[in-house]
Design a protein around this ligand. Structure first.
Ligand code: FAD
Length: 461
C-alpha cells in the first residue's frame, strides 16, 4: 500500500503554494464528498481536518441494519441513523462511470471483493476505504465527532464546535479559515402531504428506514414515489407482500394497471386521500384497503449546525443563494458546499467541485465579484421560474451535469469529462428506466468499457 501511495503521490504532487495562500480548513463529513475534498485541499497545500460523526468513513455507503425510532423520520429528537441503504442494494451506475476521475473504481482480484460491473454496496465502501488509505486521508479524520455549530466570527474566521456523539458534551471549539460542508443529503426524509393521513391507522415508513422486505410479508403496501429506490424496493417487496400499489406522479395512465410481468404490483397516479378505515383513494378513482404506506419520496437538505443569520437558507429544498451550487457569495470563498446536485454522477462531480474550491481558497483560481456571482444566481433562479420549474429542483442536474462538470474542469485547468463517461451514463440511465430488472447484469456497451479501461491505464500502477 505504501508503494501504491507513493505512486499516486508522484502522479499528483502536492502543489507548492506560497505560504500565505495555504488555509486551515474544516471539512464536515467523511463520505465520498468529504474524502475527495480532503484530498484536493491537501494537494493544493491546505491544512485539513475532517469531522465525521460516525466511527468510520463512507457516509451513505456504511450499511447498517439499524433503523430510526420514528419510521417516517419526523421526530426531531430521534437518534439519527445516517445511511439509507437497504441490504440488497446494488449501485445504479456502471462502476466505470461511478468512480473518481483519477482513481478508477475497477474490480479488484482480492478475496471478499465484488467484481460485478454494478456491485453491491459493500464494494463501494471498500473502494472508499482504499481511496482514503492510498491518499493518506485517514490521519486527518476525527471520527465520532459531530459538528454542532458552524458560524462566522468577527475576525473573519469560522468557529466550529463539535462533540463526541456518545456523551453529547461539547468537546472542542476551534477556529478555521474556511469550512467545506460535505454532510450528505440522503438522511432527512421528505414526506408526501396526504389528505387524511392524521386519521389513517395503518403503518407508515420512509425508505430511509427500509432495510429488508420481511416486515412486508402478506401485507397490502402502498409505495409512493417513482425514483431509483422506489423501483428497486417495489420489486423486492412484491416477492413477499400480498399486493404492492405504486403511486407516482409519473404514472401516465388515468386508470390503475398491473405492472407488466408482475401479478401483484399495480400502478396508480397520486393519492387523493386516505381514511380512518385504512382506505387509500387514488386520483385514478380506485380505492384499496392498505396495511402500510411506504414513502419513497426523497430527502431534505439539512444543515442543523450552520448559523449564517439567515443568509444561507433552505427554501423548498433550494439551498441558497449559492454560486454554481457551491459558494454563498457573501461568505465566498471561506464557506462552501460539496455534493448538493442530484441526478448526477456524484463522485466525479464532487471531485471537480472540491478541486475548484481548493484552487479558489489558495488564490490560484479567481471567483467573479460578489455582484457578478449574485447576478449569475438571480439569472439562474429567474430562468427556472420562467420555465415553471419548482425551487425544489434547483440542484437537479441530469442532462446539464456534463456542461456543469466541464465548466468546473475548465476553471480548474483540467480536461473535460471523457466522452465515454457521458455516453455510458446516458445509456445506463436509459436502461435503468426501460429494463429495471436486468440493466445491472446485461448491457451492450462493451466498446465504451474498452475505452474507459484504455483511459484508466494511466491511473493504475
Ligand atoms: P454521505 O455519504 O451521506 O456522507 C456524509 C457524511 O457526513 C456522513 O459520513 C455523515 O456521518 C457525516 N455527517 C453528517 N452530519 C455531520 C455532522 N454534523 N458532523 C460530522 N459529520 C457529519 N450514488 C452513486 O454514485 N451510485 C449509486 O448507485 C447510488 N445509490 C444510492 C442509493 C441510495 C439509497 C442513496 C441514499 C444514495 C445513493 N447514491 C448513489 C448517492 C450517494 O449518496 C452518493 O454517491 C454519495 O455517497 C454521497 O456522498 P456525500 O459524501 O455527499 O454524503
Amino acid at each position: 500500500n505504501q508503494a501504491y501511495t507513493r505512486t499516486l503521490l508522484s502522479h499528483f504532487p502536492i502543489l507548492s503554494m506560497p505560504q500565505n495562500s495555504s488555509k486551515n480548513v474544516a471539512v464536515i463529513g467523511a463520505g465520498s464528498a468529504g474524502l475527495v475534498t480532503a484530498r484536493e485541499l491537501q494537494r493544493e497545500g491546505h491544512s485539513v481536518v475532517v469531522f465525521e460523526r460516525e466511527n468510520q468513513l463512507g457516509g451513505t455507503w456504511v450499511y447498517t441494519p439499524a433503523t430510526e425510532s420514528d419510521p417516517v423520520g419526523i421526530d426531531p429528537n430521534r437518534e439519527i441513523v445516517h445511511s439509507s441503504l437497504y441490504s440488497s442494494l446494488r449501485v445504479n451506475l456502471p462502476r466505470e462511470v461511478m468512480g473518481f476521475g483519477d482513481y478508477p473504481f475497477v474490480a479488484k482480484k482480492k478475496p471478499g471483493r465484488d467484481p460485478r460491473r454494478y456491485p453491491g454496496h459493500g464494494e463501494v465502501l471498500n473502494y472508499l476505504n482504499d481511496f482514503a488509505v492510498d491518499f493518506g486521508i485517514i490521519g486527518v479524520v476525527r471520527f465520532g465527532m459531530e459538528v454542532g455549530f458552524v458560524g462566522k466570527m468577527e475576525n473573519g474566521k469560522w468557529k466550529v464546535s463539535c462533540r463526541k456523539r456518545e456523551n453529547d458534551v461539547v468537546f472542542a471549539t476551534e477556529e478555521y479559515d474556511a469550512v467545506v460542508i460535505c454532510n450528505g443529503h440522503y438522511t432527512e426524509p421528505r414526506i408526501a402531504d396526504i389528505p387524511g393521513i392524521e386519521v389513517w391507522l395503518g403503518k407508515q415508513i420512509h425508505s430511509h428506514n427500509y432495510r429488508v422486505p420481511d416486515p412486508f410479508r402478506d401485507q397490502v403496501v402502498v409505495l409512493i414515489g417513482g425514483a431509483a429506490s422506489a423501483t428497486d424496493i417495489s420489486r423486492e417487496i412484491a416477492e413477499v407482500a400480498k399486493e404492492v400499489h405504486i403511486s407516482s406522479r409519473s404514472a401516465t395512465s388515468g386508470v390503475p394497471m398491473k405492472l407488466p410481468g408482475y401479478d401483484n404490483i399495480w400502478l396508480h397516479n397520486m393519492i387523493e386521500a386516505v381514511g380512518s378505515d385504512g382506505g387509500v383513494n387514488f386520483q385514478d378513482g380506485s380505492k384499496i384497503l392498505a396495511d402500510i404506506i411506504l414513502h419513497c419520496t426523497g430527502y431534505k437538505y439539512h444543515f442543523p449546525f450552520l448559523e449564517t443569520n439567515g443568509i444561507v437558507t433552505v427554501d423548498d429544498n433550494r439551498v441558497g443563494p449559492l454560486y454554481k451550487h457551491v459558494f454563498p457569495p457573501v461568505f465566498a470563498p471561506s464557506l462552501s458546499f460539496v455534493g448538493l446536485p442530484w441526478k448526477v454522477i456524484p463522485f466525479f462531480l464532487c471531485e471537480l467541485q472540491s478541486k475548484w474550491i481548493a484552487g479558489v481558497l489558495s488564490g490560484r483560481i479567481s471567483l467573479p465579484s460578489k455582484e457578478d456571482m449574485n447576478a449569475d444566481i438571480e439569472a439562474f433562479y429567474s430562468a427556472m421560474a420562467a420555465s415553471c420549474i419548482p425551487k425544489r429542483y434547483t440542484h437537479n442536474m441530469d442532462d446539464s451535469q456534463f456542461d456543469y462538470d466541464d465548466w468546473l474542469a475548465a476553471e480548474c485547468g483540467s480536461p473535460p469529462s471523457e466522452e465515454w463517461r457521458k455516453q455510458m451514463y446516458i445509456i445506463s440511465r436509459k436502461n435503468k428506466k426501460t429494463l429495471p430488472e436486468t440493466y445491472r447484469d446485461e448491457w451492450d456497451d462493451d466498446d465504451l468499457i474498452i475505452q474507459a479501461h484504455e483511459d484508466f491505464v494511466k491511473y493504475i500502477p
